[in-house]
Design a protein around this ligand. Structure first.
Ligand code: GLN
Length: 343
């Protein structure tokens, strides 16, 4: 399965601009590939922007599932490239009159396969009036049929896997109040026997002024003059077009995401039977800044493997059960493409 993550610097409220930017990056990327990607993933609220200050501010950008602009874009993208598309958007549910932070998944024929609503909210979500998912099953898994012929040629279901979607804060302890070791999201994925975990994000940079004690901190130069990165070097280290800080990932974030999946690691503190030979995790973050919020990029792709080596105390990319497929930089836009064996 060829997976492509599009790390976008979404401009808040500039839907058309974000759409053409995304389209352009995707089209250019396709020209560089010998074979198109099968799965395209975008960040949280990728086409509208994320940090809306109020409900009134986000109101014009709310979208009804399946008919709003993000859903339409995903359907078109899927149909055009015969791929799965997963993208975040601010959902308006007419029936319950509530706003949700959602991600829509479309299949290779453009059919809508799944709509996930964020379960754990971040303060920005609350600022714009978002509601928690009302799904009685927290972090509900779903079955994803992988053979494209199932969607395109009436082929039977030949291969399917259990999949979970998590949106950004879902990876953290609930409201930052639950015990760190509760691992709500990753343990649910484990219990669901998920093999593919997809996370659209608007994850903050640790340097974001919004989360510093000292509010007078000046924003670092974001989106420096780096070219858009097309990292199609399978399992090779990304070639840096220009070496500057922004083209490197923030390794504390890359490792923190792994730490939040401790139940999947070969670690002395974990004693869970393995139902898998590998589980894939895709974290697709955005870059750029919105007001005093600075995003951390570092979009990353990993697999957790069932290894027989002795447990390792490492909780990041150095853990011997982690296969790390690479990341994009903190302050760049771009796309990272990798071939993953989904077993
Ligand atoms: N805690 C996450 C962060 O620091 C949550 C952000 C979000 O949910 N968008 O980035």
């Amino acid at each position: 399965m060829r997976i492509a993550c599009l790390q976008l610097n979404s401009i808040i409220g500039k839907l058309q601009q974000n759409i053409s930017n995304a389209n352009q990056i995707v089209e250019t990327c396709l020209l560089k590939l010998d074979k198109p990607f099968d799965f395209l993933i975008l960040p949280e609220l990728a086409l509208t922007g994320y940090n809306f200050p109020s409900r009134a501010a986000i109101e014009p950008y709310l979208e009804v599932k399946a008919i709003g602009p993000t859903s339409k874009w995903a359907v078109e993208m899927s149909q055009k490239h015969k791929c799965f598309t997963l993208v975040g958007y601010p959902e308006w549910d007419e029936t319950c009159q509530k706003i949700f932070n959602s991600a829509i998944l479309t299949g290779p024929d453009g059919s809508i396969l799944y709509n996930y609503r964020k379960t754990f909210l971040y303060e920005s979500d609350e600022n714009w009036g978002c509601s928690e998912s009302e799904n009685p099953i927290q972090f509900e898994p779903f079955e994803l049929v992988l053979n494209k012929g199932f969607y395109l040629d009436n082929e039977p279901k030949l291969k399917s896997i259990i999949c979970n979607i998590g949106i950004c804060m879902d990876l953290n302890p609930y409201k930052f109040e639950a015990p760190f070791g509760k691992f709500e999201f990753s343990l649910s994925c484990y219990q669901n026997m998920s093999k593919l975990i997809l996370c659209p994000m608007a994850w903050l940079s640790p340097k974001s002024p919004s989360i510093q004690e000292d509010k007078s901190i000046v924003l670092p130069d974001q989106i420096q003059e780096v070219e858009i990165k097309y990292d199609t070097g399978f399992k090779q280290k990304a070639e840096e077009t220009k070496v500057n800080q922004g083209s490197l990932p923030d390794m504390s974030t890359v490792n923190y995401w792994i730490l939040r999946f401790l139940p999947f690691l070969n670690h002395p503190g974990v004693d869970l039977p393995r139902y898998y030979s590998k589980v894939s995790l895709v974290c697709c973050n955005r870059s750029g800044q919105e007001g005093d919020v600075l995003y951390g990029g570092s979009t990353s792709i990993y697999q957790f493997k069932n290894v027989s080596d002795p447990p390792s105390l490492e909780t990041g990319i150095k853990n011997n059960s982690v296969e790390y497929y690479g990341s994009l930089g903190t302050a760049e836009q771009g796309i990272i493409v990798r071939d993953l064996d989904l077993e």
